[in-house]
Design a protein around this ligand. Structure first.
Ligand code: MRU
Length: 350
């Protein structure tokens, strides 16, 4: 079991994903500012992991607070939520987690401070456990879509490292392998941050799941050679109409999949589905430091002064998505209806 992030008595402990795959190093953030930095610098990344890290960061900030009244604590809590909310804009799980902590605080406002602090810590821990359970359920649903044998391509890392454990897209693959399906994973390298080659390959090798790393520009050739039977990726935000924001390059993979008649699946928990965002055009896309594109391993790869773009995500229109796998089941087009129906079932189930 990979411990992506966990609550400890001394702070929030993360495996440092910037150091993988060559170093397995853990760091403990002792303040909420350190947690915010860990999210921003991608020590912890992946939408569900970002969400739970945010909740734990808020709980940590509240725990460390030296305020003496609930009113003062609330003011500090608001500042903490604000700071955490400014780290990364695309993964809606971040804002989902903040809202859940805000709702919890609101409910507890009349209680004594130690109780409020303890309940917020417990809420963050509950979100951690729920995330793993959601991934397991998603795995069970999604495994039915995987081929009995063959190549499955994935982009970026939507695995244990992107969640609290097991993974979304990689959870689907893991569950299929656990059922005896003979899957060979093709992991897109995922330029510029290399989540596929550094992280997906690392965690699948740990599990003994056969994996081949390809550079992003090889995906089309692999598809045309018949090596890919299905594609499964994660998501950072799914709009109400089923448009999917995910790691830059996902759109290219989806369009190629359509050309080759290969099913393109998205696996994501309900905390990634944003029914308040009507379609992909309103999803904010994070722009990151050009250095991530211009340099590889500290070495400059482009001429000094050239213009560079570094959008961290793209939007795949719903029409390219064969199905969306969530912990509640599988949604198919028209997503406007199917996602809303799953959300309603979820609120009925509580
Ligand atoms: O920039 P990152 O590494 O946080 O981007 C991660 C992705 O795009 C993942 O595919 C997505 O968050 C789903 S993780 C289960």
């Amino acid at each position: 079991m990979i411990h992506t992030l966990e609550w400890t008595d001394s702070g929030v402990r993360f495996i440092d994903q910037t150091k993988l795959p060559t170093e397995e190093k853990y760091i403990t953030c002792k303040t909420y500012e350190e947690v915010a930095d860990a999210i921003r610098t991608m020590v912890v990344r992946g939408a569900p992991a970002i969400g739970v890290a945010a909740a734990m960061g808020i709980a940590l900030g509240v725990k460390n607070s030296r305020t003496e009244s609930v009113g003062e604590l609330k003011r500090e809590f608001d500042q903490i939520c604000d700071a955490i909310g400014k780290t990364r804009p695309t993964a809606v799980n971040l804002f989902w987690a903040i809202r859940r902590m805000q709702d919890k605080f609101e409910l507890l406002r009349v209680r004594p401070m130690p109780q409020i602090k303890q309940a917020l810590i417990e809420e963050a821990q509950r979100m951690h456990a729920e995330d793993i359970a959601a991934n397991r359920a998603m795995g069970r649903h999604g495994a039915t879509l995987m081929p009995a044998s063959g190549g499955v391509l994935t982009h970026c890392n939507a695995g244990a490292l992107a969640t609290c454990g097991y993974g979304t897209a990689l959870g689907v693959i893991r569950a299929a392998v656990e059922q005896g399906k003979k899957i060979h994973v093709y992991a897109d390298e995922t330029r510029p941050f290399l989540q596929g080659s550094r992280l997906t390959a690392w965690e699948l090798m740990k599990d003994g799941i056969p994996t081949t790393v390809i550079s992003d520009n090889m995906a089309g050739a692999m598809m045309s050679q018949g090596k890919i039977a299905a594609i499964v990726v994660g998501a950072d935000r799914i709009a109400a109409n089923g448009d999917v924001a995910n790691k830059i390059g996902t759109y290219t993979v989806a369009v190629l999949a359509r050309e080759h008649g290969i099913p393109f699946y998205v696996a994501a928990p309900f905390s990634t589905i944003d029914l308040d965002t009507p379609d992909g055009s309103s999803i904010p896309i994070e722009q990151r430091d050009p250095n991530e594109v211009t340099h590889i391993g500290g070495r400059q790869m482009v001429p000094e002064g050239v213009q560079v773009e570094n959008p961290a995500f793209d939007v795949t229109p719903a029409r390219y998505v064969t199905a969306i796998v969530s912990e509640r089941g599988i949604a198919r087009a028209p997503y406007g209806e199917s996602l809303r129906r799953l959300a309603e079932e979820m609120s009925v189930a509580g």
